[in-house]
Design a protein around this ligand. Structure first.
Ligand code: FE2
Ligand code: FE2
Length: 240
């Protein structure tokens, strides 16, 4: 059912935006970061009511939304939001999506994380196909300033914070041209898949820590471990 719903969303966007890559990515990034706002809203509600307090979940989901915000800013810098019709479509879809995921997360957090995992797998597949088909032209184009600041020159605390299976400060990708930027976005989406898989593990509620909440000098992998094989299987199945 969840896979079917994601399939419908993907089919509609792919059909409407077949020949307009940056507009399509703009819509995808506007919509795809909304579930992290839904997760944060529900977690804040639980905190406010005094039911549940886990600062690490708030930190990681905010860092994930911050990462997706920068994907969106990159698409805007490439002109993806130029037309009012695309903005209206993206914003209306995002509004509906927000409330659907709030309801889903209230009812079943694991189902909501599974839903988001499938969305992130689709995003990874989309960018992977794009960089393979447009390698030469992307390598000839400059990286947008917003990407250079996010991946290299700015404050990288939140960049490290969303990658729950990676030691902070260990991933510092190149950002020399537009090809590098899209490769980085694709790799970010794979990191989101990894985190969404980890959030569905049975012991996640006990063991979940943000990357900067280091328990001991050697304890850098902070979520229930997700093996590379698990991620590969998921990403491969999304490419079929
Ligand atoms: Fe993204
Ligand atoms: Fe994403």
């Amino acid at each position: 059912m969840i896979r079917f719903l994601v399939g419908v969303l993907v089919f509609v966007i792919n059909t409407l935006y077949r020949d307009r890559a940056y507009q399509r990515f703009y819509v995808l990034e506007t919509v795809a970061r909304v579930p992290y706002f839904s997760f944060l809203s529900v977690l804040h509600l639980y905190e406010t009511l005094g039911w549940w307090r886990k600062a690490d979940w708030l930190k990681v989901h905010f860092a994930e939304s911050w990462n997706e915000l920068h994907h969106l800013l990159i698409m805007e810098s490439l002109g993806g939001n130029k037309h009012w019709g695309d903005r209206l479509f993206a914003q209306c879809t995002a509004l509906v999506y927000y409330w659907v995921v709030v309801a889903l997360y209230l009812f079943s957090p694991r189902t909501a994380y599974n839903f988001m995992q499938l969305v992130e797998e689709h995003a990874h597949h989309t960018y992977d196909t794009f960089v393979k088909e447009h390698e030469a032209e992307l390598k000839a184009a400059p990286a947008p300033l917003v990407a250079i600041n996010y991946y290299r020159d700015g404050d990288l605390y939140l960049f490290d914070e969303f990658q729950t299976g990676v030691k902070p400060e260990s991933r510092r990708p190149a950002v020399d041209n537009l090809y590098d930027v899209f490769v980085n976005i694709r790799d970010d989406e794979a990191e989101h898949v990894k985190t969404m898989l980890a959030c569905q593990k049975l012991d996640a509620q006990k063991t979940f820590k943000s990357p900067h909440t280091v328990l001991s000098p050697d304890d850098h992998v902070v979520l229930p471990p997700v093996t590379n094989k698990e991620v590969e299987v998921e990403l491969h199945s999304a490419n079929l």
